[in-house]
Each structure stands twice: as C-alpha cells, then as structure tokens.
Design a protein around this ligand. Structure first.
Ligand code: XIL
Length: 367
C-alpha cells in the first residue's frame, strides 16, 4: 500500500513538471524569432556586454537579438587614438562575439564629426584629410572584410535644414569627402553593405537634404546600399506618416532602409529639442526627471502603444527594411539616462533595468 502511494506521488510529480516545462516552452518567444522572416532585430552593445561581464545580460542578448552594433568602441577616438596607432582590442572581441553567436555584425562608424580622436580635429587641409580617410577607412574596413556585414560609412553629415554640416571633413574637403568615403569603403570590402546614417532624416526638410546627399554620392560613383534612420524618437513624434513617407522615398532610390538606433524617450525634452546631437547638454531639475522611482502605468501603456504602431508600420514595409536595432539592451544602460540632461531615469527600451520584459515587449511580440 505504502509503495503504491509512493508511486502515485511520483507519477503525479512527473506529470506536473513536464506540464510546466511545456507551458514554459510555449511562452519562450524571442524578438529575433518573431521577426526572423522579416528583418534583423539588433541591439547596441556596451564594452562590458562585449566582454560578457554580466551573464544574465549576456543570455538575454543571445536569446533576443540576431544583430549587433558597438555602442561606442568602434568610434574613431577608440579605434584610432593617434595618427599612427590603432587599437582593435575591443573591436576584435565585438566581431568575435557576433561570429560566435551567429549574429549579423554592423560597423558603427567610419566618418563622424563626434567622438573623434583629438588629433583628427587638427587636420587642416584636403591633402591631409584625404590621406587620413584613405588610411582610416582602408585599415578598419579591410581588417574585418567578410566579417562585418554592413557599415555606417558616414554618420550625421547633415544640419537640420538639410545643408551639409561644417565638420572637419567638410571644412577641409567640401562635399567631396562623402563620395570619397563610400568609394574607399567599397574598395576595402566590396561585399559589405554601405549605409548613410543620421537622426531626424524622417522629417521632411532634413529628408530632402538626405536624398540630395545620396544622389550626390551615387552621381559621383560611390556605392551606397542603404540608409540608416537612427530613430531616437519620442512618444508623440515623429508621426507615422513621416516615417512611412521616408521608408518609401529612400527605397525609391533603390536603397535598403534600416532603423539603426531605436529608442523612445518618455521624459520631457528641454525646449523643443528633437533628434540626437550628442554635443547638446542641458541643466536638469526635478521637473525634468519625473519618474525616478518607476514608470506610471499610463506612460508604460503609451510606450507599448507607440512601439506597437511603429512595428506595425515596419511589418507593412518589411520588404524594404533590412534591420531594426535598439540603442541598448535595457533601460538601465540607455544613453538617454544622461542625454540631453545628465542623471535622469528614462525608460526607452523593451527591457527594464532588471532585464524584465516591459509591456512594449509583449505588444511587439504579439503582433
Ligand atoms: C551615443 C552613445 O550611446 C553614448 O554612450 C555616447 O556617450 C555618445 O554617443 N547617434 C549616434 C550614436 O550615431 O553613436 C550615439 O551614441 C547616439 C546618437
């Protein structure tokens, strides 16, 4: 009798555990699987994440994402700190991480006016600038030939009114630096996909500037495959119409469209600041940091709705979109906690600071 009871308990326990295992399995969705037939789902990685310093974050990254961008460590000041010195230690680890996990690896970024090494800002004429670009682009792109799938060749070359930014590149070479950069990158790795990347280029005036810029690159014989719309957005803007028109306009030029740095701020912006100029910084106060201890449900819902409608639009145009990359893995690491005001608590991504899925995650995966 005793033995029979023991057997019964054992059988019950077995059935229960296999039921809960099954249940868990059917709920284990991931972003990359949900969208695997549509576009890559990427994330930006910090130096610590590249070095796999936090095991929980690492398994989340591997579960959810199939594309990676380095948030900082491939920028000029890090990989090319002195004229005759490159430092590829972290970049090599980043590319190896992508390979190990079978992820699409995106290179960010070759020619950008921000996060330059100080010596680059002193380049004073076109001869010096041409020599710099040749060495810089060729050295970096050929090192990762065949391993980095696409590059942001030029980042943020435009002003808000669509004219060209007076960067050290423009000041020394005029607009010729654009075509040269794309030619050099194509020569170093003919198979890599080459992108122009910027913020606010879904807004009509700046978009017109971006279209001109792309046409100029093509007319000059440069190879350009895609446009990266950064997507540092807000709860209520830009409008879906503007985003949709941008997808249509850019793809009409024969380009792929990627959303390369997606995040949605839920905090008040200083003035009518839009975009993502990393050099703009403002003084904060309590009013500007309204949710230091948690996001109210009403805003959490708004964020979920905003993400849902964006992804609905992305799905509608999945044939034109190559990749959607979030600018960070979780809220705790987002650059928006420190930009454009230092020390705030923002909630722009799909995972909270404890790596828990937010409502926005469900709203997207339920699509
Ligand atoms: C940001 C990083 O997230 C920050 O950590 C860094 O301090 C500044 O740059 N546009 C870009 C990105 O192309 O490289 C920027 O990343 C955000 C705006």
């Amino acid at each position: 009798m005793k033995l029979r009871n023991q057997c019964l308990v054992f059988v019950c326990l077995f059935m229960l555990s296999s039921y809960s295992l099954k249940k868990e399995k059917s709920y284990t969705v991931s972003l990359k699987d949900v969208f695997k037939d549509e576009f890559y789902i990427g994330t930006a990685l910090s130096a610590d994440q590249i070095e796999e310093k936090a095991p929980k974050e690492d398994s989340l990254i591997r579960k959810e994402f199939n594309a990676i961008t380095a948030e900082n460590i491939m920028k000029s000041m890090f990989v090319h700190p002195q004229k005759d010195k490159y430092d590829f230690s972290l970049a090599d680890k980043f590319v190896a991480y992508g390979k190990k996990n079978k992820m699409f690896v995106h290179g960010h970024t070759l020619i950008w006016h921000s996060q330059l090494a100080p010596w680059m800002r002193k380049i004073k004429d076109s001869v010096e600038m041409k020599a710099f670009m040749k060495d810089h682009i060729n050295t970096i792109v050929s090192r990762y030939k065949g391993r980095i799938g696409s590059w942001d060749v030029v980042n943020e070359a435009l002003n808000e009114d669509g004219t060209l930014r007076k960067s050290v590149f423009f000041n020394t070479m005029g607009d010729k630096y654009l075509v040269d950069a794309f030619k050099l990158a194509a020569k170093a790795d003919p198979k890599a996909e080459l992108y122009y990347n910027d913020y606010n280029i879904e807004e009509p005036v700046k978009r017109a500037g971006a279209i001109n810029l792309i046409k100029k690159i093509k007319a000059g014989g440069g190879k350009i495959d895609g446009v990266g719309i950064q997507g540092h957005w807000r709860l209520n803007s830009p409008s879906l119409n503007e985003i949709e028109q941008s997808i249509l306009d850019y793809s009409a030029l024969g380009l792929k469209v990627a959303f390369t740095e997606l995040d949605i701020t839920v905090l008040p912006n200083p003035g009518d600041l839009r975009g993502a100029d990393v050099n703009q910084n403002f003084q904060g106060n309590k009013k500007m940091n309204p949710y230091p201890n948690g996001l109210p449900d009403s805003i959490q819902n708004k964020l979920a709705n905003r993400y849902e409608s964006l992804f609905r639009l992305f799905l509608k145009h999945k044939d034109k979109i190559s990749r959607v990359t979030f600018w960070g893995v979780h809220d705790g690491q987002s650059w928006l906690n420190d930009w454009p005001i230092k020390g705030r608590t923002n909630y722009p991504l799909l995972f909270d600071a404890n790596l828990k899925q937010k409502k926005a995650y469900q709203s997207i995966t339920n699509l």
